[in-house]
Design a protein around this ligand. Structure first.
Ligand code: S3P
Length: 178
């Protein structure tokens, strides 16, 4: 077996881009651990992300996110799903670029809307009437930042999770060989 050039794979992308679902499958394929940054924050605080937003506002959540991202950058053999807004902070972009291989999960607003339609746990989506407009605005704002940190851009197709994760795994391995 060849040595792995990276200890961590970070998945970035908007809410609903598949970071958690695909990340978990990718980790299984690699035999690595899977970590979801939001879940770790919830475990640490003992309350939901939604509650953190209510009590501390978005800025309080972002501080916690920065600290968790720093902590996760010491994990080994880990596929890490980041929160959709993590790239907004420069400190997080530095962690992403310096400490792992970053995959941007690119998806259309239509797909994101469909995948988040039943979501009640995402405060940013809950606060607005027009989710399509919000996702469009977030994409415009964040896409350049996702691209800035990404080593690979990946668009999932209409296929089973197993097939999509197989294709992602393959693309990562190809890139690591070059
Ligand atoms: C956020 C995305 C969420 C979570 C929080 C804020 C965002 O994570 O971190 O609600 O700013 O886009 P997911 O991308 O995993 O839904």
């Amino acid at each position: 077996m060849t040595a792995q050039p990276y200890q961590r794979i970070y998945l970035v992308g908007l809410m609903g881009s598949g970071k958690t679902a695909l990340g978990r499958r990718l980790a299984e394929r690699l035999g690595w651990q899977f970590i979801d940054c939001d879940h770790r924050i919830e475990e640490r605080c003992g309350v939901s992300i939604r509650r953190i937003f209510e009590i501390e506002g978005e800025s309080g959540f972002r501080e916690r996110e920065v600290r968790m991202m720093q902590e996760l950058s010491y994990e080994s053999m880990a596929v890490i799903a980041t929160g959709g807004g993590a790239v907004m902070r420069e400190e997080n972009r530095a962690v992403l670029k310096d400490t792992g291989f970053v995959v941007y999960l690119d998806a259309s607003v239509r797909t994101l809307l469909r995948r988040t339609a039943n979501s009640k746990s995402r405060p940013l989506l809950n606060e607005v009437e027009d989710r399509e407009q919000l996702l469009t605005d977030l994409l415009t704002l964040r896409e350049p930042l996702y691209r800035e940190v990404a080593d690979l851009e990946f668009r999932s197709t209409h296929n089973t999770l197993s097939r999509v994760s197989e294709r992602l795994h393959h693309q990562i391995q190809e890139q690591w060989q070059h």
